[in-house]
Design a protein around this ligand. Structure first.
Ligand SMILES: [Ca+2]
Length: 155
């Protein structure tokens, strides 16, 4: 029997913006990986996370996947799990967000790259959208809603 050692990665992230990506990106990610990034930005800010690329073993997203949590990993709601085909954006309800990448024991692909940034929490946010002071001005927080990409918030 061959037993692969798990590949650990991730860590704490506290810059106001940055890039998260799977190990070796854009090369193939390792098998048996489990990475958790815990993003914490300044108090009174929220974390926005936008995926720019994602290519993983697809299907039901049980083998290889990315999960986004609205805060610390083990105590926060799951905002989404996915593995290919979509480029979602997430916004946290506090100044913390966690991102988990998992791969199983075989078949690897390019993985993912995502950009995060922090935005001030304030009146320009609701449960449905977040306003920004620069394009695209509006992030929708639920996939079933679509923002018109214009300055709907009066900035
Ligand atoms: Ca796999």
């Amino acid at each position: 029997f061959l037993s692969a050692a798990p590949y650990f990665c991730g860590g704490s992230v506290s810059d106001s913006s940055g890039v998260l990506q799977s190990p070796n990106y854009p090369g193939d990610y390792p098998n048996d990986a489990d990475c958790v990034w815990e993003i914490q930005v300044e108090n009174n800010f929220r974390v926005t996370l936008t995926f720019r690329d994602i290519e993983m073993q697809s299907g039901t997203c049980q083998q290889d996947y990315v999960e986004v949590y609205d805060g610390p990993l083990h105590s926060s709601p799951l905002l989404g799990r996915f593995c290919s085909g979509s480029f979602p954006t997430y916004v946290s309800s506090s100044n913390m967000m966690s991102v988990r990448f998992h791969s199983d024991s075989r078949y690897s692909f390019r993985g993912f790259q995502a950009h995060y940034s922090s935005i001030p929490a304030g009146h320009n946010t609701s449960k449905f959208f977040v306003c920004l002071d620069k394009p695209p001005y509006c992030f929708c927080l639920q996939n079933k809603y679509f923002c018109e990409f214009k300055d709907i918030c009066g900035n």
